[in-house]
Ligand binder design. Structure first.
Ligand code: NAP
Length: 234
């Protein structure tokens, strides 16, 4: 058995720790400058689409792929399904459960979220800084964008540097410091990301939640434990 583990999430780091000592490679996209690397053989950077992934899997003699990328990393999920189709390689997607939220405005995607913003509002985009482009059309709105790596402010976009997780108190302090009245976040699931929602409720912000992308998926599980069971049964 040889495993390719696609990471970028806390669950992937946990799986990587379980795989230490096994024939496994941990893969990151290279999205952050200083990623946490567990004690597992690691490669960083895209594979070059489906064709590149197929080539990588064949050359490395991989038998199993664990996709533990973020719930919004839709492209990588599609690539995995296409790359392993018609091969003997087994693949599994670990996607943490979505939140069940009430009293929030839902948006089908980022474009819809941008349209729903009220003119003159002061918005925190808690989406990952790479996903803020869509909002540039809203010149009538001021944006604060949270980013792990430092970024230079541009026009109505102010960048706030910080590495999650943030506590409810830290989130409230951020909202108050910048006079935020609206929070845009994604339905990422997991306990960590909920602090901003609780904080937003406490200070009475308007909350817009972007739904998960619909992705064609083969085998999908919701927990690290289920992935380990799948591996043990293979
Ligand atoms: P994406 O749109 O699904 O993927 C874009 C491209 O990035 C993929 O086609 C692939 O490039 C490369 N890629 C993605 N994950 C990779 C991995 N683990 N190892 C090697 N290459 C990878 O994904 P994304 O939204 O850009 O996210 C990139 C990474 O950040 C993922 O690992 C994800 O888990 C993590 N992350 C994403 C979010 C988010 O909001 N989307 C949040 C937290 C963490 P090639 O086609 O060249 O192979």
């Amino acid at each position: 058995m040889k495993v390719l583990l696609l990471g970028g999430t806390a669950e992937a780091r946990e799986l990587a720790r379980h795989l230490v000592g096994h024939d496994a490679v941990y893969s990151l996209a290279g999205a952050t400058e200083k990623p946490a690397i567990p004690g597992l053989s690691t490669r960083i950077g895209g594979f070059g689409g489906v064709a590149g992934l197929v080539k990588f899997l064949r050359a490395g003699g991989f038998t199993h792929v664990i996709d533990a990328t973020h719930p919004f990393a839709a492209q990588m999920k599609r690539n995995v399904d296409l790359a392993v189709a018609d091969t003997a390689i087994d693949a599994i997607h670990l996607i943490r459960p979505a939140w069940e939220l009430d009293e929030v405005a839902r948006a089908a995607d980022l474009d819809a979220a941008a349209r729903t913003l009220k003119s003159g509002s002061r918005v925190l985009l808690a989406l990952g800084s790479r996903h803020s482009e869509t909002f540039q059309s809203r010149k009538d709105v001021a944006f604060w964008v949270r980013s792990i790596d430092e970024k230079i402010d541009q026009g109505s976009f102010t960048y706030i540097t910080g590495k999650p997780p943030f506590s409810v108190e830290e989130e409230k302090a951020t909202f108050q410091k910048y006079g935020i009245d609206t929070l845009v976040m994604r339905d990422s699931g997991g306990a960590e990301g909920l602090a901003k929602l609780f904080a937003a409720r406490q200070v009475g912000l308007r909350v817009v939640v972007v739904d998960r992308p619909v992705v064609p998926q083969s085998l999908v599980v919701k927990s690290v434990q289920e992935v380990l069971q799948w591996l043990a049964a293979s």
